[in-house]
Design a protein. Structure first.
Length: 306
Protein backbone atom coordinates (compact mmCIF):
# COMPACT_ATOMS: atom_id res chain seq x y z
CA UNK A 1 0.00 0.00 0.00
CA UNK A 2 1.46 3.35 -1.00
CA UNK A 3 1.02 6.65 0.84
CA UNK A 4 1.88 10.14 -0.35
CA UNK A 5 3.43 12.66 2.02
CA UNK A 6 0.93 14.74 3.94
CA UNK A 7 1.99 18.07 2.40
CA UNK A 8 3.56 19.30 -0.83
CA UNK A 9 4.02 22.88 0.41
CA UNK A 10 7.79 22.63 0.82
CA UNK A 11 8.24 21.30 -2.71
CA UNK A 12 6.12 24.04 -4.24
CA UNK A 13 7.88 26.77 -2.25
CA UNK A 14 11.21 25.30 -3.29
CA UNK A 15 10.23 25.44 -6.96
CA UNK A 16 9.25 29.09 -6.60
CA UNK A 17 12.57 29.95 -4.95
CA UNK A 18 14.43 27.93 -7.59
CA UNK A 19 12.62 30.00 -10.23
CA UNK A 20 13.96 33.12 -8.56
CA UNK A 21 17.46 31.65 -8.67
CA UNK A 22 17.03 30.93 -12.39
CA UNK A 23 16.12 34.59 -12.94
CA UNK A 24 19.13 35.59 -10.88
CA UNK A 25 21.42 33.36 -12.96
CA UNK A 26 20.10 34.96 -16.16
CA UNK A 27 20.76 38.41 -14.75
CA UNK A 28 24.28 37.50 -13.62
CA UNK A 29 25.02 35.90 -16.98
CA UNK A 30 23.87 39.03 -18.79
CA UNK A 31 26.06 41.18 -16.55
CA UNK A 32 29.05 38.95 -17.29
CA UNK A 33 28.44 39.23 -21.02
CA UNK A 34 28.29 43.02 -20.77
CA UNK A 35 31.60 42.98 -18.87
CA UNK A 36 33.21 40.77 -21.50
CA UNK A 37 34.68 43.66 -23.49
CA UNK A 38 36.32 45.24 -20.44
CA UNK A 39 39.59 44.33 -18.70
CA UNK A 40 39.44 41.50 -16.16
CA UNK A 41 38.48 43.03 -12.81
CA UNK A 42 37.24 42.15 -9.30
CA UNK A 43 33.70 42.91 -10.53
CA UNK A 44 34.00 40.33 -13.31
CA UNK A 45 35.42 37.78 -10.89
CA UNK A 46 32.68 38.51 -8.33
CA UNK A 47 29.97 38.11 -10.95
CA UNK A 48 31.46 34.79 -12.03
CA UNK A 49 31.62 33.47 -8.47
CA UNK A 50 28.08 34.67 -7.78
CA UNK A 51 26.86 32.88 -10.92
CA UNK A 52 28.54 29.63 -9.87
CA UNK A 53 27.02 29.85 -6.38
CA UNK A 54 23.61 30.67 -7.85
CA UNK A 55 23.73 27.68 -10.22
CA UNK A 56 24.87 25.38 -7.41
CA UNK A 57 22.09 26.52 -5.07
CA UNK A 58 19.53 26.28 -7.88
CA UNK A 59 20.54 22.70 -8.72
CA UNK A 60 20.45 21.60 -5.09
CA UNK A 61 17.12 23.31 -4.43
CA UNK A 62 15.53 21.83 -7.55
CA UNK A 63 16.61 18.35 -6.45
CA UNK A 64 15.21 18.85 -2.94
CA UNK A 65 11.98 20.34 -4.29
CA UNK A 66 11.30 17.53 -6.75
CA UNK A 67 12.23 14.98 -4.07
CA UNK A 68 9.81 16.63 -1.63
CA UNK A 69 6.99 16.59 -4.20
CA UNK A 70 7.63 12.90 -4.90
CA UNK A 71 8.15 11.84 -1.28
CA UNK A 72 6.08 8.73 -0.61
CA UNK A 73 5.99 5.60 1.53
CA UNK A 74 5.17 2.02 0.58
CA UNK A 75 4.10 -0.38 3.30
CA UNK A 76 3.52 -4.09 2.65
CA UNK A 77 4.04 -7.40 4.43
CA UNK A 78 7.79 -7.23 3.70
CA UNK A 79 8.32 -3.87 5.33
CA UNK A 80 8.49 -0.11 4.75
CA UNK A 81 10.12 1.67 1.81
CA UNK A 82 10.63 5.44 1.88
CA UNK A 83 11.18 7.04 -1.53
CA UNK A 84 13.17 10.27 -1.33
CA UNK A 85 14.85 11.67 -4.44
CA UNK A 86 17.36 9.19 -5.82
CA UNK A 87 17.29 7.04 -2.69
CA UNK A 88 15.13 4.30 -1.19
CA UNK A 89 15.18 3.70 2.55
CA UNK A 90 14.26 0.07 3.28
CA UNK A 91 13.06 -1.14 6.70
CA UNK A 92 12.19 -4.88 6.90
CA UNK A 93 8.93 -5.84 8.61
CA UNK A 94 10.71 -8.10 11.11
CA UNK A 95 12.71 -5.09 12.32
CA UNK A 96 9.64 -2.97 13.02
CA UNK A 97 8.62 -3.26 16.66
CA UNK A 98 5.85 -0.68 16.68
CA UNK A 99 4.22 2.04 14.62
CA UNK A 100 2.79 4.84 16.73
CA UNK A 101 1.48 8.39 16.20
CA UNK A 102 4.13 11.02 16.76
CA UNK A 103 1.97 12.68 19.39
CA UNK A 104 2.65 9.73 21.69
CA UNK A 105 6.40 10.37 21.73
CA UNK A 106 6.27 14.18 21.62
CA UNK A 107 6.65 16.55 24.53
CA UNK A 108 5.30 20.01 25.22
CA UNK A 109 8.75 20.92 26.58
CA UNK A 110 10.39 20.39 23.20
CA UNK A 111 10.58 22.92 20.33
CA UNK A 112 7.62 23.20 17.99
CA UNK A 113 9.18 20.64 15.65
CA UNK A 114 9.42 18.07 18.46
CA UNK A 115 13.04 17.13 17.62
CA UNK A 116 16.42 17.77 19.18
CA UNK A 117 19.88 17.93 17.58
CA UNK A 118 18.45 17.94 14.07
CA UNK A 119 20.90 17.65 11.16
CA UNK A 120 19.70 17.69 7.58
CA UNK A 121 17.38 19.49 5.17
CA UNK A 122 14.62 21.63 6.65
CA UNK A 123 12.32 24.21 5.10
CA UNK A 124 8.58 24.94 4.96
CA UNK A 125 7.74 21.94 7.13
CA UNK A 126 10.01 19.46 5.34
CA UNK A 127 12.59 17.66 7.45
CA UNK A 128 14.92 15.06 6.00
CA UNK A 129 17.89 14.02 8.09
CA UNK A 130 18.76 12.77 11.54
CA UNK A 131 17.62 13.93 14.96
CA UNK A 132 16.72 12.76 18.45
CA UNK A 133 13.18 12.22 19.69
CA UNK A 134 12.18 13.67 23.08
CA UNK A 135 12.99 10.30 24.71
CA UNK A 136 16.53 10.43 23.25
CA UNK A 137 15.81 7.78 20.61
CA UNK A 138 17.92 8.43 17.47
CA UNK A 139 15.67 8.98 14.48
CA UNK A 140 15.80 9.33 10.73
CA UNK A 141 13.31 11.82 9.36
CA UNK A 142 11.47 11.90 6.03
CA UNK A 143 8.52 14.02 6.98
CA UNK A 144 6.59 17.11 5.89
CA UNK A 145 4.78 17.58 9.20
CA UNK A 146 5.69 18.27 12.84
CA UNK A 147 6.30 15.26 15.06
CA UNK A 148 2.82 15.58 16.58
CA UNK A 149 1.26 14.99 13.15
CA UNK A 150 3.75 12.39 11.92
CA UNK A 151 4.06 8.63 12.43
CA UNK A 152 7.00 7.00 14.20
CA UNK A 153 8.21 3.58 13.03
CA UNK A 154 10.21 2.05 15.88
CA UNK A 155 13.01 -0.51 15.43
CA UNK A 156 15.48 -1.89 18.02
CA UNK A 157 18.15 0.64 17.01
CA UNK A 158 16.35 3.78 15.93
CA UNK A 159 13.09 5.33 14.80
CA UNK A 160 11.90 6.38 11.35
CA UNK A 161 9.62 9.40 11.24
CA UNK A 162 7.25 9.65 8.27
CA UNK A 163 4.19 11.75 7.46
CA UNK A 164 1.69 9.77 5.37
CA UNK A 165 -1.37 11.62 4.12
CA UNK A 166 -3.56 9.40 6.34
CA UNK A 167 -1.63 8.54 9.53
CA UNK A 168 -4.41 6.42 11.03
CA UNK A 169 -4.69 4.32 7.87
CA UNK A 170 -0.90 3.91 7.83
CA UNK A 171 -0.87 2.56 11.39
CA UNK A 172 -3.80 0.25 10.61
CA UNK A 173 -2.07 -1.01 7.45
CA UNK A 174 0.94 -2.04 9.53
CA UNK A 175 -1.24 -3.84 12.09
CA UNK A 176 -2.98 -5.80 9.34
CA UNK A 177 0.15 -6.77 7.43
CA UNK A 178 2.48 -7.57 10.33
CA UNK A 179 0.95 -11.02 11.18
CA UNK A 180 1.04 -12.13 7.53
CA UNK A 181 4.80 -12.69 7.50
CA UNK A 182 7.22 -11.53 4.81
CA UNK A 183 7.52 -13.08 1.36
CA UNK A 184 10.99 -11.53 0.92
CA UNK A 185 13.73 -10.92 3.45
CA UNK A 186 15.01 -7.38 3.09
CA UNK A 187 18.04 -5.70 4.60
CA UNK A 188 17.67 -2.50 6.56
CA UNK A 189 19.54 -0.09 4.32
CA UNK A 190 19.44 3.01 2.15
CA UNK A 191 19.72 2.28 -1.56
CA UNK A 192 20.82 4.86 -4.12
CA UNK A 193 20.22 4.88 -7.86
CA UNK A 194 22.95 5.55 -10.43
CA UNK A 195 25.05 7.66 -10.42
CA UNK A 196 24.63 8.54 -6.73
CA UNK A 197 25.31 4.92 -5.77
CA UNK A 198 28.93 5.18 -6.96
CA UNK A 199 31.48 4.79 -4.11
CA UNK A 200 33.30 7.98 -5.13
CA UNK A 201 30.56 10.16 -3.62
CA UNK A 202 31.54 8.90 -0.16
CA UNK A 203 35.31 9.07 -0.67
CA UNK A 204 36.62 12.00 1.38
CA UNK A 205 40.15 11.82 -0.01
CA UNK A 206 38.85 12.00 -3.57
CA UNK A 207 36.74 15.07 -2.87
CA UNK A 208 39.54 16.71 -0.90
CA UNK A 209 41.85 16.44 -3.93
CA UNK A 210 39.14 17.59 -6.33
CA UNK A 211 38.03 20.45 -4.09
CA UNK A 212 41.57 21.70 -3.48
CA UNK A 213 42.27 21.70 -7.21
CA UNK A 214 39.14 23.72 -7.97
CA UNK A 215 39.73 26.14 -5.08
CA UNK A 216 43.33 26.69 -6.16
CA UNK A 217 42.24 27.57 -9.69
CA UNK A 218 39.52 29.85 -8.34
CA UNK A 219 42.06 31.60 -6.09
CA UNK A 220 44.34 32.05 -9.10
CA UNK A 221 41.56 33.73 -11.08
CA UNK A 222 40.76 35.89 -8.06
CA UNK A 223 44.38 36.98 -7.68
CA UNK A 224 44.57 38.04 -11.32
CA UNK A 225 41.27 39.90 -11.02
CA UNK A 226 42.72 42.12 -8.30
CA UNK A 227 46.16 42.75 -9.84
CA UNK A 228 45.34 42.83 -13.56
CA UNK A 229 44.68 46.59 -13.76
CA UNK A 230 48.05 47.30 -12.10
CA UNK A 231 50.06 45.13 -14.49
CA UNK A 232 52.13 46.73 -17.27
CA UNK A 233 50.80 46.46 -20.82
CA UNK A 234 53.52 43.90 -21.69
CA UNK A 235 54.86 41.11 -19.50
CA UNK A 236 57.85 38.75 -19.72
CA UNK A 237 56.62 35.18 -20.23
CA UNK A 238 59.92 33.32 -20.67
CA UNK A 239 63.48 33.73 -19.48
CA UNK A 240 66.76 32.40 -20.83
CA UNK A 241 69.39 30.58 -18.81
CA UNK A 242 70.85 33.88 -17.70
CA UNK A 243 67.50 35.07 -16.36
CA UNK A 244 66.85 37.56 -19.13
CA UNK A 245 63.37 37.83 -20.60
CA UNK A 246 63.35 36.38 -24.14
CA UNK A 247 59.58 36.35 -24.71
CA UNK A 248 57.40 39.38 -24.01
CA UNK A 249 53.66 39.49 -24.74
CA UNK A 250 50.55 41.44 -23.90
CA UNK A 251 49.31 41.17 -20.33
CA UNK A 252 46.07 39.66 -21.67
CA UNK A 253 48.09 36.48 -22.36
CA UNK A 254 48.45 35.81 -18.65
CA UNK A 255 44.72 35.20 -18.36
CA UNK A 256 45.13 32.14 -20.56
CA UNK A 257 47.28 30.37 -17.96
CA UNK A 258 44.52 29.76 -15.37
CA UNK A 259 42.03 29.11 -18.16
CA UNK A 260 44.17 26.39 -19.72
CA UNK A 261 44.90 25.01 -16.24
CA UNK A 262 41.14 24.82 -15.59
CA UNK A 263 40.54 22.94 -18.84
CA UNK A 264 43.27 20.45 -17.93
CA UNK A 265 41.80 20.09 -14.44
CA UNK A 266 38.40 19.27 -15.95
CA UNK A 267 40.05 16.63 -18.13
CA UNK A 268 41.76 15.19 -15.03
CA UNK A 269 38.42 15.06 -13.19
CA UNK A 270 36.78 13.12 -16.02
CA UNK A 271 39.74 10.75 -16.37
CA UNK A 272 39.80 10.18 -12.62
CA UNK A 273 36.12 9.25 -12.54
CA UNK A 274 36.66 6.84 -15.44
CA UNK A 275 39.50 4.93 -13.76
CA UNK A 276 38.16 5.17 -10.20
CA UNK A 277 36.06 1.99 -10.29
CA UNK A 278 38.99 -0.16 -11.41
CA UNK A 279 41.91 1.50 -9.64
CA UNK A 280 41.35 4.07 -6.91
CA UNK A 281 45.05 4.81 -6.41
CA UNK A 282 45.36 5.72 -10.08
CA UNK A 283 42.40 8.10 -9.74
CA UNK A 284 44.01 9.71 -6.68
CA UNK A 285 47.21 10.21 -8.67
CA UNK A 286 45.29 11.81 -11.55
CA UNK A 287 43.42 14.19 -9.24
CA UNK A 288 46.57 14.89 -7.23
CA UNK A 289 48.39 15.65 -10.47
CA UNK A 290 45.65 18.12 -11.36
CA UNK A 291 46.19 19.87 -8.01
CA UNK A 292 49.96 19.98 -8.52
CA UNK A 293 49.41 21.50 -11.98
CA UNK A 294 47.29 24.29 -10.48
CA UNK A 295 50.04 25.03 -7.95
CA UNK A 296 52.70 25.11 -10.68
CA UNK A 297 50.61 27.46 -12.81
CA UNK A 298 50.05 29.63 -9.76
CA UNK A 299 53.80 29.79 -9.18
CA UNK A 300 54.34 30.75 -12.82
CA UNK A 301 51.73 33.50 -12.58
CA UNK A 302 53.32 34.90 -9.43
CA UNK A 303 56.74 34.86 -11.10
CA UNK A 304 55.46 36.68 -14.18
CA UNK A 305 53.47 39.29 -12.26
CA UNK A 306 56.11 39.72 -9.57
Amino acid sequence: MEFKASSSRSGLIGLVVAGGLVAGAIGLGSALVSEGGRPFSPLTFGLGVALLLDLGAMTLLLYWSVAALRLRYRLDRNGLVVYWGASRLVVPMERIQAVVPGSQVGSTKEPSSGYRAFRGVAWAGLRVGRAQLPDDTPARLHTTAPLSRSVVVLTPDCAYVVSPSDPALFVEAWRVRRPLGPTQHWHEEEQWTWPLNLPVWRDRLAWALIGLGLLTNLALHGYLAFVYDRLPAALPFHFDVLGHADRIASRAEILRLPQVALLMLMADLVLGFVVYRRERVAAYLVWGGGLVLQLLVGGAVLTITG
